[in-house]
Write a new protein. Structure first.
Ligand SMILES: Nc1nc2c(c(=O)[nH]1)N[C@H]1C(S)=C(S)[C@@H](COP(=O)(O)O)O[C@H]1N2
Ligand SMILES: [Mo]
Length: 199
């Protein structure tokens, strides 16, 4: 140990998994918001799933927080090139929220208090890959990071993780959201570096 064999290129020192291309690691937690942080009192907060036929399923804060909880630990990747490892969340899986929702939709448009929207295939909200998160690092999610609750879809660039999420509209046709309309990629896979439309 500690002896470098001349000419031996070796392996990386640790088993640190690679980051998506073009990303760098940050230890702090940057705040990226396109507008002011909305104030959302818990007694009026609700989360609503609206199907393509107009059916609605809604949860009050008390109902939402009484659902089965998960505690995902995930890496997150912002399109502005910062990534953060091993972030700890608590929230409700979209599998739980979509359970029993009768739909043939293939797309979803998440919408937020404050007006932000973002679109993604409905399949990407299923399969244990997406949550409505309301706690971060052992505390209630701070308002600047999307509290009371935000979408958490860590396998896509973080702009898909709508802060202050208020609901999801299920759709049979794709409809671009806020950043997607502004030229960002429709899908946003960080491993394929899908930053902008056409990437
Ligand atoms: N409602 C809303 N959600 C949002 C945004 C926003 O401006 N408004 N910004 C997105 C972007 S670009 C990123 S990188 C992350 C930033 O989350 P953070 O501020 O908790 O780091 O939130 C995403 N969700
Ligand atoms: Mo972002």
């Amino acid at each position: 140990m500690g002896i470098v064999t001349p000419g031996f290129q070796g392996r990386p020192r640790s088993a640190e998994p690679a980051l998506p291309p073009g990303q760098y690691l940050t230890e702090d937690f940057p705040v990226l918001s396109a507008g002011p942080t909305p104030k959302v009192p818990l007694d009026t907060w609700e989360f609503v799933i609206t199907t393509e036929t107009g059916e609605e399923v809604r949860w009050s804060w008390a109902e939402f927080t009484a659902l089965p909880q998960e505690t995902p630990t995930v890496d997150i990747h912002c399109v502005t090139r910062w990534s953060k490892r091993q972030t700890d969340w608590q929230g409700v899986s979209l599998d739980v929220l979509l359970d029993g929702v009768d739909t043939e939709a293939t797309y979803a448009l998440a919408h937020s208090y404050g007006g932000y929207t973002t679109n993604l295939p409905l399949a990407d909200l299923r399969g244990g890959r997406a949550w409505v998160a309301h706690r971060y690092s052992g505390r209630d999610l701070p308002p600047e990071h999307g509290g009371p609750a935000r979408l958490l879809v860590p396998h896509l660039y973080f702009w898909k993780s709508a802060k202050w999420v208020r609901g999801i509209r299920l759709k049979t046709m794709d409809e671009p959201g806020f950043w997607e309309t502004a030229g960002y990629h429709d899908y946003g896979d960080p491993w394929r570096e899908q930053r902008y439309a056409g990437d």
